[in-house]
Design a protein around this ligand. Structure first.
Ligand SMILES: Cc1cc2nc3c(=O)[nH]c(=O)nc-3n(C[C@H](O)[C@H](O)[C@H](O)COP(=O)(O)O)c2cc1C
Length: 185
């Protein structure tokens, strides 16, 4: 069975992006989802001096290994001042110091949500633009505006046209996963 890794790019305990990424990972047929929490990969703020003095933290190696063990990755981004959360950016800075590309050429479904009407559109646009430079094979992307009105844990995406749009993107991602060779670990 192919394996999907999902994460909310946030370290909030009740992250709405983690909820959305978890939901999305459960909608990809014939795959096993695994959800990780960024709090399990907490590291000092990246600095070149820390790297020289102490090397790259074990959590960065662990994060990279988990990426490599999966057939596809779903990320939903928290938008902080139009950008990535500091927690997510810090992890990717450390992981980028390891050998190979951060996202290891994996098929990716990028999403964002926020309580506001733009649904994290700015951070999603940024990620869509930047991920190909760090080995992210972005297959599909989706933004969910006004999370509290448009999502429920029991019923998923409530608005009909947003639900259809999500399902179209999720199908693109699922097809790409099915077309690939399964990662053996
Ligand atoms: C420091 C900070 C900056 C934020 N900046 C934005 C922003 O630029 N755009 C936006 O839509 N929401 C912004 N928000 C609100 C977040 O979308 C909201 O906190 C959301 O719940 C974050 O996702 P999470 O629950 O997955 O952490 C910001 C929140 C914080 C704490």
């Amino acid at each position: 069975m192919k394996k999907i890794l999902a994460l909310g790019a946030s370290n909030s305990r009740n992250s709405i992006n983690k909820q959305l990424a978890t939901f999305a990972s459960q909608q990809i047929p014939n795959t096993t989802p695994k959800v990780i929490d960024l709090n399990d990969f907490e590291m000092p703020i990246f600095s070149i001096d820390r790297e020289k003095e102490n090397g790259i933290p074990e959590a960065a190696h662990r994060f990279k290994e988990i990426i490599e063990e999966h057939d596809g990755i779903i990320i939903s981004f928290a938008e902080h001042n139009g950008n990535y959360s500091a927690a997510f950016k810090n992890i990717t800075d450390w992981v980028s110091r390891l050998e190979g590309k951060v996202w290891a050429d994996k098929p990716m479904f990028l999403m964002a949500t926020s309580p506001g009407g733009r649904g994290g559109a700015s951070v999603l646009e940024l990620a869509n633009k930047l991920f190909p430079f760090s080995g992210g094979r972005v297959v599909a992307s989706f933004s969910l505006p006004s999370f509290r009105n448009n999502f429920s844990p029991e019923n998923g995406i409530l608005d009909k046209s947003l639900k259809m749009s999500f399902e179209e993107r999720a199908t693109l991602f699922a097809n790409e996963i099915m077309a690939g060779v399964e990662v053996k670990v």
